[in-house]
Write a new protein. Structure first.
Length: 115
């Protein structure tokens, strides 16, 4: 059974940094584009960043461009999201999935940014 496990969230002050990880098990994702999404309270889940299978192509939502960096380690079947210069608007539960969101969602990891 395919499983996505996100980790690395926490409470941080505005201006701080966090590094998220998404470990996939049950199948290899080395040939899949992977993405991060987030859902803030009372809002729809939204796209954050995507990376292609080799890591040569990355794209970011305008709201995080220049502050967040997506990367991956195919040998570990893991995708990462480095988040810098965090602000309260980044507070959300962060999830990973393939770019077409065809897998069961994991539990996500909570990121809370205090002002």
């Amino acid at each position: 059974q395919v499983q996505l496990v996100e980790s690395g969230g926490g409470l941080v002050q505005a201006g701080g940094s966090l590094s998220l990880s998404c470990a996939a098990s049950g199948r290899t994702f080395s040939n899949s584009a992977m993405a991060w999404f987030r859902q803030a309270p009372g809002k729809e889940r939204e796209f954050v960043a995507v990376i292609n299978w080799s890591g040569s192509y990355k794209m970011y939502a305008d709201s995080v461009k220049g502050r967040f960096t997506i990367s991956r380690d195919n040998a570990k079947n893991t995708v990462y999201l480095q988040m810098n210069s965090l602000n309260p608007e980044d507070t959300a539960v962060y999830y990973c999935n393939t770019n077409i969101q065809d897998l069961r969602w994991g539990q996500g990891t909570q990121v809370t940014v205090s002002s």
